[in-house]
Ligand binder design. Structure first.
Ligand code: FMN
Length: 340
């Protein structure tokens, strides 16, 4: 009932406008006394705590990158019960992202297509926000996802990632290298093992002791996913985030005209569910048991989260279902996980 009502109201607005409106509410919920009041309703049960990456996560379920690109909603998202927030993608150089419209709903599929293109205020602005957040010691874990600035050529990507890592790693609980967004030309090419190895090595050094993860695409063949997972272990990374949006349009229920009208971009939400579990299993089989694997893609319910934990995920994230299920989605998942 509630999601239906929420969906009816939400679908009247342009999706990006609806996101900004939702984020404004989230920001208010992060301010006292609202944060305390919200937290009283949503705080994850202590039995849901997960120890990973040398950190304590209040819940295994967190917000995936892209929702809070500029680290402005962390306190509100924590108040809503999420166990971690991965902010970003942040680039060394501030950028506007792609021209609007760039976010499209596929309501029948409980999915969206986006080609945002890393719209963000840049690493310096994010560092200032994170430094302020750190002083307040928020009761959530903050991951920082970094990507390549659009104006920087792919050949010079390593220096660009390193610049962000140097600036942001000291302020992050963990750092995630995004080489898997389909919306920055050439970015996913960085996943080729021979290109990725020097990039991971350089960022590993720049990140110092901060846990470092790499976020991969679901569209790679399974052998390449295995090779990247093994490379991440060999280069001393701490985990893999499995995975970003897909460029595939297979199996969608939405009208072809609706899908075509959306155009290029990454697809996320319910249609990712099956591939997501497959990729998770491939990654888990390629890495040691204590290596952190964060599963993301198509998660809607507590049983989706549990299925991923059972398949070897250390932690789970979501984004698109938040847009469809409403502000208490984190609480709904945490409650559903209890007693499983
Ligand atoms: C509008 C939108 C923007 C996104 N932006 C980013 C981003 O900046 N960096 C990133 O690593 N992933 C980004 N993602 C991908 C999500 O973090 C996640 O990997 C993907 O959406 C699959 O999860 P979901 O099915 O729960 O949405 C974005 C997703 C959406 C829907």
């Amino acid at each position: 009932m509630y999601p239906l009502l929420f969906r009816a109201v939400l679908s009247r607005f342009d999706p990006e406008f609806a996101h900004h409106a939702g984020m404004a509410v989230v920001r208010v919920l992060g301010v006292q006394p609202f944060a305390r009041a919200t937290r009283a309703l949503t705080a994850p049960d202590p039995s849901l705590r997960v120890e990973a990456l040398g950190l304590t996560f209040p819940s295994p379920f967190g917000v995936a990158a892209g929702f809070d690109k500029n680290a402005v909603g962390v306190r509100g998202l924590a108040a809503l019960g999420f166990g971690h927030v991965e902010v970003g993608t942040i680039t060394a150089i501030p950028q506007e992202g792609n021209p609007k419209p760039r976010l499209f709903r596929l309501v029948e599929d409980r999915a969206v297509i986006n080609r945002m293109g890393f719209n963000n205020k840049g690493a310096d602005a994010a560092a200032r926000k994170l430094a302020r957040l750190r002083r307040g010691a928020p009761d959530t874990v903050i991951g920082v996802n970094i990507g390549k600035s659009r104006v920087v050529d792919v050949e010079n990507a390593t220096e660009d990632y390193v610049a962000s890592a140097v600036r942001l790693a000291p302020l992050a609980d963990y750092l995630a290298i995004n080489v898997s967004s389909p919306n920055t030309p050439g970015l996913r090419g960085l996943q080729a093992v021979e290109t990725l190895a020097p990039l991971l090595r350089a960022v590993r050094t720049a990140a110092g002791k901060t846990p470092l993860l790499v976020k991969i695409a679901p569209d790679l063949p399974d052998e390449e996913i295995t090779a990247i997972a093994q490379l991440a272990v060999a280069e001393g990374l701490d985990g893999i985030i499995s995975h970003n949006t897909t460029i595939s349009r297979d199996g969608l229920l939405s009208d072809d005209a609706v899908v075509e009208a959306a155009g290029a971009g990454g697809l996320s939400g319910a249609p990712l569910k099956e591939r997501s579990l497959q990729v998770l299993r491939v990654v888990r089989a390629a890495v040691p048991e204590d290596f952190c694997v964060i599963a993301v893609g198509g998660v809607e319910t507590a049983s989706d989260v549990q299925e991923r934990l059972d398949a070897g995920a250390t932690l789970v994230q979501g984004y698109t279902a938040f847009l469809y299920r409403g502000p208490f989605w984190g609480r709904e998942i945490n409650r559903g996980l209890l007693g499983r």
